[in-house]
Design a protein around this ligand. Structure first.
Ligand code: NAP
Length: 289
């Protein structure tokens, strides 16, 4: 199919810093090409200090939508006009649709994560989740899991400056969704062991184990795991984290964050174009495990 940038080509983009490693431009541009859509997706290295100017400029230039990656998912909030219920609950936005100069914030990380769980062959609805971390990705996962009907979520994080803010977050999500959500100290091994022993799935949404610090795991040792527990690490670089190695030692089924990345992108693609990303082709071409 012919794919040419024209005077009518619509602009979409990724904003964050750094962005040069991202595979989102390939995923989106190849999807536009396969579907014959006159769009282009570019990556812009934008720091929090430059975000206001970047958004003003892109909006003035008629951008039709953009993604936000680290560290901008929270910094973008004051620049938006409207939020989806999930983005408002998560307090973070990774996808923006621009309609008549009106900026609408969405979050597709949680949807992407839940789809990656079903894609791996698991149904965790009505079951308990132990969720490690409380950053942008963890809060999005927590909100979507609660909205989708996971029965209870134990969120573990460090007792640091963001502890009180995270307690408020957990209470808000619990009261709006009916999911039973607790915030617990990740350094309390007894509580962690107890939560994992009662959960169907253990999800790592901390950055522990991500390259270049691949010798780190979010759990103190593999004895906290048990055979049959689903272990999910949202990190995809490296493809196999130390946590996944620990899971394999204990005969736990496990999967990484590669397909979460794919499905959050597919959901953003649909927000902008109203069309489904050709997932199977994109998966095969850019998301080899
Ligand atoms: P973030 O907002 O910076 O959050 C990082 C989280 O990691 C925080 O909860 C932080 O804990 C925790 N953490 C960091 N160092 C820790 C330590 N030494 N001990 C305990 N906890 C620690 O980052 P994010 O955007 O949520 O991303 C988190 C990870 O998910 C990254 O590896 C990222 O690459 C990955 N990710 C994957 C996808 C995907 O599509 N697969 C999407 C988004 C993110 P505190 O809250 O206690 O400070």
């Amino acid at each position: 199919m012919n794919y040419e940038i024209t005077g009518k080509t619509k602009l979409t983009a990724l904003l964050g810093s750094p962005v040069s490693h991202s595979i989102s431009p390939q995923m989106h541009n190849e999807s536009f090409r396969l579907l014959g859509l006159d769009y282009v997706y570019l990556a812009f290295d934008v720091t929090p200090e430059c975000l206001k100017d970047a958004v003003t400029g892109l909006k003035a230039a008629g951008i039709c939508g953009f993604n936000l990656t680290m560290p901008l998912k929270v910094h973008i909030l004051p620049h938006l006009d409207e939020f989806t219920p999930a983005a408002r609950l998560a307090g973070a936005v990774n996808t923006v649709i621009v309609e008549d100069g009106h900026l609408i914030g969405h979050t597709t990380d949680g949807v992407g994560y839940m789809r990656s769980v079903s894609d791996a062959g698991y149904n965790i609805i009505g079951q308990k989740m132990t969720l490690l971390g409380a950053g942008g990705a963890a809060t999005a996962i927590c909100v979507q899991a609660a909205l989708d009907g996971v029965s209870s979520i134990d969120m573990f994080k460090r007792r640091n400056h963001s502890w009180d803010k995270t307690i408020d977050f957990c209470q808000r999500v619990a009261s709006e969704t009916g999911c039973n959500i607790r915030l617990l100290d990740i350094e309390d091994k007894t509580l962690l062991a107890d939560s994992i022993s009662k959960s169907a799935i253990l999800t790592n949404a901390t950055s522990l184990g991500m390259a270049p610090d691949i010798a780190k795991s979010p759990i103190p040792d593999s004895t906290l795991l048990r055979e049959g527990l689903i272990v999910s690490d949202i990190i995809y670089n490296p493809r196999e984290t130390l946590l996944m190695k620990q899971a394999k030692e204990m005969n736990c089924p496990c999967f990484n964050g590669l397909y979460m990345l794919l499905y959050q992108g597919a959901a953003a693609f649909e927000c902008w174009t109203g069309q489904k990303m050709p997932i199977d082709i994109i998966k095969q071409k850019y998301f080899s495990q």
